[in-house]
Design a binder for this molecule. Structure first.
Ligand SMILES: [Zn+2]
Length: 310
């Protein structure tokens, strides 16, 4: 199984003292900006359950038809001036993303691909706010999604530097703050990052709205707030998802062959996760889709937060 570290940052270095992040190996607590949390609190309080409008079996919103979100892509260079990713790769990934979003009628288009030859921007350290601040100052196109392909992203936890693969700004009400940083060209990571950008939580999210139980009795108010993604445990735990994308409810321990622990929800139910979702912590090859309600949520988040994106 591929080892990868995610970081999802609700990045406030520039604006306040709070930054939240999480990785595949160290789960952090809070997974939303204040703006997204109040959006969700209102929905939960008002019982605003999604309504689907179907046209020819496709769930769609009138206001999304023909909406194209412009993406400005930036490609960092290495120390000798070679670009670290090809322009073709960037276009191919956006094309794949458009297929993934087809049923929302929301699409993405690249308005510009900008090389960054200044090597000081190839590596971003999230502990050094000025590093990111200068990147966003020198390379940023307002009213577009600013997508950076970099050599590395690091975070510093009490002096312990860790490499991570992405850094995403979630929906908020701040101006000129629409960005996704990537240090890997894996499509799971790419789609996962756009999911966060458009307001999705991890399928196993529990810190924010409480743990979702398997029978989905409170799926709209707990977990990831999405009802067509099954409740799931933290799937990165060793032994739970095989390289063949098979789920086993038995958590193992690499160091102790005798260790086995049955994973159940708080009511003792066995989980039945999908293992195919972009927002799950599964091996990259297993993740191939967003659920229809996740697509709906992203469309709704677009409508609430991002209509200024072209
Ligand atoms: Zn994530």
């Amino acid at each position: 199984m591929r080892i990868r570290t995610y970081i999802t940052v609700f990045y406030f270095c520039l604006f306040s003292a709070t930054a939240f992040s999480q990785s595949l190996f160290t789960e952090f607590d809070v997974l939303a900006t204040e703006a997204l949390k109040s959006f969700d609190s209102y929905k939960i309080a008002s019982g605003n359950v999604p309504e689907f409008k179907e046209v020819n079996g496709v769930r769609v919103y009138d206001y999304l038809v023909g909406r194209q979100l412009e993406v400005t892509a930036y490609i960092a260079a290495d120390s000798v001036g070679e670009l670290l990713y090809s322009e073709e790769l960037v276009y191919a990934m956006l094309e794949a993303l458009n297929k993934t979003f087809e049923k929302t009628y929301l699409s993405f288009t690249i308005c510009n691909v900008v090389p960054i030859y200044d090597f000081s921007y190839a590596n971003i350290n999230t502990a050094d706010c000025s590093n990111l601040e200068f990147l966003l100052k020198d390379y940023y196109m307002p009213n577009t999604i600013n997508l950076y392909f970099l050599k590395s992203i690091q975070r510093d936890v009490e002096g312990d530097i860790k490499q991570v693969s992405n850094l995403v700004m979630q929906p908020d009400t701040l101006k000129d703050n629409d960005f996704i940083l990537l240090a890997d060209s894996d499509y799971h990571l790419f789609a996962h990052s756009f999911g966060h950008f458009l307001g999705l939580y991890h399928c196993h999210e529990s810190a924010l709205w409480g743990t979702e139980v398997v029978p989905r009795t409170a799926c709209f108010t707990s977990g990831d707030l999405i009802c067509d993604t099954p409740a799931e445990p933290f799937l990165e735990d060793y032994g739970l998802v095989s390289a063949d994308c098979e789920y086993s409810s038995m958590k193992l321990n690499k160091k102790d062959p005798n260790y086995k622990k049955m994973i159940k929800d708080e009511d003792g139910n066995i989980y039945v996760p999908s293992v195919t979702n972009f927002m799950s912590f599964v091996p990259g090859e297993c993740a191939i889709l967003y659920s229809p309600e996740q697509l709906y949520r992203m469309a709704k988040v677009y409508y609430e937060f991002y209509t200024y994106l072209k």
